[in-house]
Design a protein around this ligand. Structure first.
Ligand code: AMP
Ligand code: TRP
Length: 321
């Protein structure tokens, strides 16, 4: 199965990024899997060149710490494969302003910024280029990327209809549980990097005491029944999904073992600390050797350029270039 996914180097990952995306990537990695740090996408965030560089190295270390293995899959930095930006332009001449302006992520982000840049609008076209360059069949991402995946499919189909069969039409895949991890303080809103919620967000490299504190303070409800029911019990359902994701069980099976919120929270916090501590230790070790991390990315980019170059030429030729 040909797989591609990526994440923006926008700072420390939270639990949603890990359970919704990165952990799936590790499970499905193979010689046909490509994972990139999408630094070009991060130019739409307003971060300094120094921060972007630092975040890129951090994210490489995080990929490896989580278990992506450069001997098994291809790990690279998007900007080191120029075909992404090149195909982006070709696809911008296929995508329409109307469909881009309907993207929920664009509407939300543009509403929060005055004088937002064109890149915020065309962001999903670059994402489509990332995906289509590798003849990708499946894209493991969290629930919030569904609409971008649909757009990628539309662009690929439109291109194929107009210029002849060129691209594989990809499918987005979400994990069964935790495709949408919610904020612990506001369980009807997804856990997010862009909205500050210090107690509601668990970062991948939070200390054990922070994890325990945040879980113990997580918002629940007053009916006192441990049940998996998003309609009436979003706080508890969110905790049960996180638990299920780590324990590889179903939320209902876990709910059936508990009668008290406190016990559920204590066990969940311990399970998380147990699972996340090794990641944090690997990250601390890997980040000591930035040159090695970049050597891994350089080797990955070399492999990626070969593959992406072939598909880019196919698309350029089809369009008459
Ligand atoms: P982003 O934070 O937008 O760079 O997202 C990186 C990856 O994490 C994407 O695949 C998202 O779908 C996924 N993701 C982000 N937030 C969440 C969340 N709260 N729950 C599950 N997955 C998420
Ligand atoms: N848009 C994705 C996000 O915000 C990141 C991304 C860019 C991506 N290119 C991609 C994800 C290609 C999957 C495949 O999380």
């Amino acid at each position: 199965m040909k797989i591609l996914s990526g994440m923006q180097p926008s700072g420390t990952l939270h639990l949603g990024n890990y359970l919704g995306a990165l952990r799936q990537w590790v499970e499905v990695q193979s010689a046909d899997a490509h994972y990139c740090v999408v630094d070009l996408h991060a130019l739409t965030l307003q971060i300094s060149p120094e921060m972007l560089r630092k975040n890129t190295t951090d994210l490489l270390a995080t990929y490896l710490a989580a278990g992506l293995d450069p001997e098994v899959c291809t790990i690279f930095i998007q900007s080191q494969v120029p075909y992404h930006a090149q195909l982006n332009w070709l696809l911008e001449c296929v995508a329409t302003y109307g469909e881009l302006s309907r993207m929920v992520a664009f509407k939300e982000k543009s509403a929060r910024q005055e004088g937002y840049r064109v890149g915020l609008l065309t962001y999903p076209v670059l994402m489509a280029a990332d995906i289509l360059l590798y003849d990708t069949e499946e894209v493991p991402v969290g629930d919030d990327q569904r609409q971008h995946l649909e757009l990628t499919r539309d662009i690929a189909e439109r291109f194929n209809n107009r210029f002849g069969d060129t691209f594989t039409v990809p499918l987005g895949v979400q994990p069964k549980v935790s495709a949408r991890v919610m904020d612990l303080q506001e369980p009807t809103r997804k856990m997010s990097k862009s909205i500050s919620s210090p107690l509601g967000t668990i970062y991948l490299f939070d200390s054990p005491s922070d994890i325990k504190r945040k879980i113990s303070k997580a918002v629940t409800d007053t009916d006192g029944d441990v049940r998996y029911d998003w309609e009436t019990k979003p706080g508890i359902s969110n905790l049960l999904e996180i638990y299920a994701s780590f324990a590889k069980e179903t939320p209902d099976a876990i709910a059936s073992r508990y009668t008290r919120y406190g016990d559920l929270k204590t066990d969940l916090a311990n399970l998380m600390v147990e699972n996340l501590s090794p990641l944090r230790e690997s990250y601390d070790r890997l980040i000591q050797s930035p040159a090695e991390l970049h050597a891994v990315a350089e080797r990955g980019a070399e492999k990626a350029r070969e593959q992406a170059g072939a598909v880019y030429r196919r698309a350029a030729q089809a369009m008459g270039l």
